[in-house]
Ligand binder design. Structure first.
Ligand code: HEM
Length: 348
């Protein structure tokens, strides 16, 4: 092969290995979202959020996990519309008060509202709470050591929250097996690779005993390592002990691929985690991520972009909330007199 041809091949091959940032930009985005949505209306939105979260996570790195999970719980129920942030109202109890959301960190809601206040102080009421959650979740990943990626923006906030039943139906329980996990994610057009990659978010954060003691009592789940089970029994002497444990025993506060190494060593915390290694449909994906962190990061970014665009409200739909935990007063009025009419607030 001539030197110039060789050189061409090397350059072409190196171009094929995309950075997570490039991977993100290569993905299709939902109609109405844009990579530069706030370029004119709030050019510093990303740095305001990033700078603040650097300080927040420096004080307590656990908050990163809380925010990442908040984005998941927002997007899976009724789409990424900030509905999980809303307080309950006369129309019923909030999503927040549904059982799976009771273990969301209270501070995560406070942090999002604080970010909203900082962003709105600089730019006015132009950035949605749902976009702030999506950006904060990305920063939670980056600031704990995970991949950086661009987030398409332009989501608007929903006017309503989901019912308690819809909240429970759309989220996945920790005792779900892989069949249930795959089925629940398939409804949202997320495939097996997305399911395994997204579960990799459990590389950071904590869980309460009640989320996994079904695997300890009355008998140890045979797919759980004996020593790991014994240690968990010490943390949770009874099924409902109100204690917590790290989800990734190897590197609990670092966003890396060790969670998959845990699974290969039968040290996954939930059935939904460990069964990904037991089930032949997902075992190979777990192994590939355990031996190749770059591959995990790339697939995680792709899956996060898909998840982050589920049923987004764009254009004139929804609103830009003034307070992330309550719907705007003017829209309470508009929607009570004009049925099926979206709010008229302009983006810019
Ligand atoms: C596949 C289905 C999933 C199930 C069954 C599941 C279940 C759970 C449960 C039960 C907890 C612990 C709650 C507690 O006891 O305090 C938890 C924590 C967590 N989950 Fe998931 N999850 C899933 C997917 C995801 C996804 C897609 C993400 C994000 C992309 C995510 C991110 C997190 C994080 C970061 C934590 C730790 C939260 C903290 O430390 O406050 N999970 N998950």
């Amino acid at each position: 092969m001539a030197l110039s041809t060789k050189l061409f091949t090397v350059v072409a091959l190196s171009l094929l290995i995309l950075s997570p940032l490039d991977v993100a930009k290569a993905q299709p985005i939902a109609a109405g979202l844009s990579w530069s949505f706030y370029a004119r209306s709030c050019p510093n939105v990303e740095s305001i959020i990033r700078n603040r979260l650097e300080r927040v996570f420096r004080d307590d790195v656990g908050q990163a996990a809380g925010i990442l999970r908040l984005h998941f719980h927002d997007c899976f129920v009724q789409g990424c519309d900030g509905s999980v942030l809303l307080d309950g109202s006369s129309s019923g109890p909030s999503e927040k008060s549904a059982v799976p959301n009771l273990t969301l960190r209270a501070q995560a809601f406070t942090i999002i509202n604080d970010l909203r206040r900082r962003v709105h102080r600089e730019c006015g009421q132009v950035v949605s709470c749902s976009d702030i959650v999506a950006l904060a979740a990305r920063d939670a990943v980056v600031l704990t050591g995970g991949p950086n990626y661009n987030v398409p923006l332009g989501r608007r906030d929903g006017l309503n929250f989901a019912t308690q039943n819809a909240t429970i139906d759309n989220l996945v329980a920790p005792f779900a097996n892989t069949t249930t996990v795959l089925n629940k994610l398939a409804v949202k057009n997320l495939d097996a690779t997305d399911a395994v990659a997204l579960s990799g978010a459990h590389t950071i954060g904590i869980a309460h005993c009640s989320s996994f003691t079904d695997r300890l009592y009355p008998n140890r789940d045979p797919t759980m390592d004996q020593t790991f089970a014994n240690n968990l029994r010490t943390t949770c002497p009874t099924p409902n002990t109100n204690a917590t444990t790290n989800m990734d025993i190897r590197s609990p506060n670092i966003f890396d691929n060790r969670y998959f190494v845990d699974l290969m060593n039968r040290q996954g915390l939930f059935t939904s985690d460990q069964d990904l290694y037991t089930d032949s449909r997902t075992r190979g994906i777990v192994t590939s991520f355990a031996i190749n962190q770059t591959l995990f990061f790339e697939r995680f970014v792709i899956a996060m972009l898909k998840m982050g665009q589920l049923n987004v409200l764009t254009g004139n739909r929804g609103e830009i909330r003034a307070n992330c935990s309550a719907r705007n007063i003017n829209n309470l009025f508009i929607s009570s007199v004009v049925e099926d009419e979206g709010p008229q607030t302009s983006q810019f």
